[in-house]
Design a protein around this ligand. Structure first.
Ligand code: GLN
Ligand code: ZN
Length: 759
């Protein structure tokens, strides 16, 4: 017998039911009772969808975030939300999003918990806040209620708990204290939790310790040892799960911790499986995550079985099977899709289909391949079809990638020389002003895009409507007096989807939503084949915008690394290879813009940092190909063409060298909230090119004053010579209103003028 289980199921719902219920609750359209009924229905549905498994996860569902749930279960709630009006759910949402419901005025000054990326995924969790006085007091009511619900459904329950060491590791000490000093207190809470679970007859508990795939100091390794030596006294079986990477230096530790089973991500750590089998004491269960929980592709079942059968022969009942990680990171159900091309659809598997694959594999191992022969055949046909499809493979694209040479990523002259040429050409003032690309996406713009999609607006009508928006945007910028203008991006829904729709090798889903944080979801497009750009994408829009003004019009593109990092990618070739294909496609666009007379081109790389691997030792190899891809896109232009890039985050300390290698003439970054301190690293590194540090926090409705912006720029001038500085907002303006934008930009321009007189 092979035991099957799942580490976690997407909670958002096939049609994003959770999102809509939450948003209605926040707007007070539905009551708490209705919200709870909806979520209970969702959980029931999800257990139903997993009912073929031997164990289903319970506790993986969350109204906002599982890390925040853990904080509440541990009674570890920031003091700023205590003693406010309302119930436990009000406190919960106040930590999650700064307020409980949309007009929650009782706590206008409450700040939400900080949010950050969950390991190397696009999911964001609420960071636990620690200080030396942090106390824990267990409250298991939510988890136990869900266990009771699941039991009613006749499924075998396996509670899922975030491990104590990972919980500490994910949090932040707010007072310089050492988080690990809290371990003893935390372990008492966990011990109590496990005893209570044992008390209600739970056999197996899944405890997630994904820190085990990161570089751990001896202190953290010791914390893991201590935690599980202490927790082993409670008579409940612990399945310790690791995922998202290899164990490497932690392998022996992971095998030796006194738990009853270990789960390994057998997709990313496949070559560690043999070693783990050797090291793992023979009373322990080994759970192998053999279905990829991070992508949307069908598993090659035959190949997996070929690999698994000898392992099964050796481990017998000790072998458990699961997806590699929680299925939170993939869409729910392929069956919902109505518009996918049948070929491509036959290559895909979403959460529900991945669990079917799991059952097929388990049955083949337990009862023989012949019991699932038909299913294996269908699977093999799809795998084979994908492997050889000429929709996937385009020899011309592959050849172009092979022919990439060193020169293609290098500008004709070094920056100082280009800067002179560009100065002669553009003759911009000191502290030139520009924006990051998008202007307010008004209701009319959204409606026009919608009408065009549904067919109620013809292509010609749509083009006219967008041109109208562009011309308004250009007029406003001229009236404000900006130096370098943009067209405003009215035709773009999103900075990745927009471009991918014009590239070959991309497919799009209708319901392929994945939770990003809280009620927010993203629908990443799917790269299935070799990528090319059959026609220019932005040239007509930008050329039209340039025709309306004598000022330079900045062409606006998304860079290859960001397009890659915000898509589901192929699993049949390395990411680096796909990124180079994207780089060539976007290079074509850059060169077409240049040919059309556009002499300033911005290439956004908002997600470059997101692609950094979990382990620092692997950063260099990622940065090498990622930066190379950017260079190939950007650097084929003439000296007089000015390349801008934009990154909307504020951590450059550890990647400054790579940023400099990109060799963009100007980089615009997000700095308005950090007093320009983050320019220090540019200063220390003697970053040689132009920089536009953001002076307008576009996330806030506040209008920055002239003085504030002058002040920020003066701080910038202390670090970067004035002649290399630009003035711009932190990021695009699409979420702001015209009223706000006009006020803020007019102050920004006044600040620039004031600075050029008295820098
Ligand atoms: N050009 C894009 C915009 O202005 C950049 C968005 C981003 O960096 N996130 O909206
Ligand atoms: Zn940005």
């Amino acid at each position: 017998m092979v035991t099957t289980h799942n580490l976690g199921f997407p909670r958002i719902g096939k049609k994003r039911e959770l999102k809509f219920a939450l948003e209605k609750y926040w707007k007070k359209i539905i009551s708490r009772e209705v919200l709870e009924e909806t979520t209970a229905d969702l959980r029931r549905q999800h257990w139903q969808d997993q009912s073929k498994l031997d164990f289903v996860p319970v506790g993986d569902f969350s109204l906002y975030d599982q890390v925040l749930d853990t904080s509440f279960m541990l009674g570890h709630v920031p003091s700023r939300v205590l003693d406010l009006p309302g119930d436990d759910l009000d406190s919960y949402f106040r930590v999650a999003r700064g307020r409980s419901v949309s007009d929650d005025s009782s706590c206008s000054s409450i700040s939400a918990g900080e949010m950050t990326k969950w390991f190397d995924t696009n999911y964001h969790y609420i960071v636990p806040e620690f200080d030396k006085n942090t106390q824990f007091s267990l409250d298991t009511s939510r988890l136990f209620q869900q266990i009771a619900e699941a039991k009613q459904q006749n499924v075998q329950v396996k509670p899922v708990i975030l491990g104590p060491v990972t919980y500490l590791w994910l949090g932040k000490a707010k007072d310089q204290s050492n988080k690990l000093d809290l371990l003893d207190k935390l372990l008492s809470a966990y011990a109590e939790l496990l005893s209570q679970l044992e008390g209600i007859g739970i056999q197996w508990v899944q405890i997630d310790e994904p820190v085990l795939v990161t570089e751990l100091s001896q202190t953290w390794q010791h914390a893991l040892r201590k935690a599980y030596f202490q927790l082993q006294t409670i008579p409940v079986n612990i399945l310790l799960t690791t995922y998202f990477g290899q164990l490497k230096d932690n392998l022996q530790l992971a095998c030796e911790l006194p738990v009853n089973g270990l789960h390994l991500d057998a997709i990313t750590a496949k070559d560690e499986v043999a070693k783990v089998i050797d090291w793992l004491p023979c009373h322990k269960v080994l759970s192998l995550g053999i279905i990829n929980g991070r992508n949307v592709w069908k598993t090659d079942l035959t190949e997996t079985l070929n690999w698994l059968e000898p392992i099964h022969a050796r481990l017998q009942d000790r072998l458990w099977l699961a997806p590699s990680c929680s299925l939170l990171h993939v869409p729910v159900d392929l069956e919902s899709e109505r518009e996918l091309d049948p070929d491509i659809e036959s290559w895909l598997a979403f959460a529900i289909q991945k669990l079917d694959e799991l059952s097929i594999l388990a049955k083949a191992l337990s009862k023989g391949r012949n019991t699932v022969a038909g299913k294996l055949l269908t699977n093999a046909a799809a795998i084979n079809n994908r492997k050889h499809s000429n929709r996937v493979h385009n020899e011309l694209v592959k050849k172009r990638v092979l022919e990439i040479n060193g020169q293609m990523g290098t500008r004709q002259s070094p920056y100082p020389q280009r800067a002179i040429t560009q100065h002669e050409k553009f003759n911009l003032p000191l502290y030139p002003t520009t924006t990051i690309g998008s202007f307010p996406q008004t209701q009319e713009i959204r409606q026009a895009r919608k009408d065009f999609r549904s067919g109620s607006l013809s292509e010609e009508q749509y083009r006219q409507a967008m041109q109208q928006e562009i011309s308004i945007c250009v007029q406003e910028q001229e009236a404000l007096g900006l130096d370098v203008l943009v067209h405003g991006e009215p035709e773009r829904n999103d900075m990745v989807e927009y471009f991918s729709e014009y590239l070959t090798g991309y497919a799009f889903t209708q319901f392929g939503w994945v939770q990003s944080y809280g009620s927010r979801c993203v629908k990443p497009p799917i790269i299935f084949g070799d990528i090319s750009r059959p026609h220019a994408i932005t040239v007509d829009w930008i050329r039209y915008a340039q025709s309306l003004t004598k000022k330079p019009m900045k062409g606006m593109l998304t860079g290859p690394v960001t397009i890659l990092n915000w898509s589901f990618v192929r699993d049949d070739q390395p990411r680096a290879e796909t990124c180079l294909q994207l780089a060539l496609a976007m290079r074509d666009e850059v060169l077409d813009l240049e040919k059309a007379g556009i002499s300033i081109i911005q290439i956004d790389e908002a997600a470059l940092r997101e692609g950094l691997p979990l382990r620092k030792t692997q950063w260099q190899s990622y940065l090498q190909w990622a930066i190379r891809a950017f260079q190939i896109t950007a650097n084929g232009v003439k000296d007089e063409t000015q390349i801008h890039t934009h990154m909307c985050y504020s951590e450059f300390n550890d990647i400054i060298e790579a940023i400099a290698e990109m060799d963009a003439d100007v980089i615009t970054i997000e700095t308005s909230r950090s007093d320009m301190e983050l320019l220090d690293v540019f200063d220390q590194f003697h970053y040689p090119n132009g920089i536009g540090p953001g002076v307008y926090d576009i996330h806030s409705p506040n209008i920055p004053s002239v003085d504030e912006m002058v002040n920020l720029m003066q701080m910038a001038t202390q670090r970067i010579p004035a002649k290399r500085l630009w003035i711009n907002p932190d990021c695009g303006l699409k979420t702001r209103s015209w009223e706000e934008v006009k006020l803020a930009l007019s102050n920004m321009i006044a600040a620039s003028q004031q600075l050029s007189v008295t820098p």
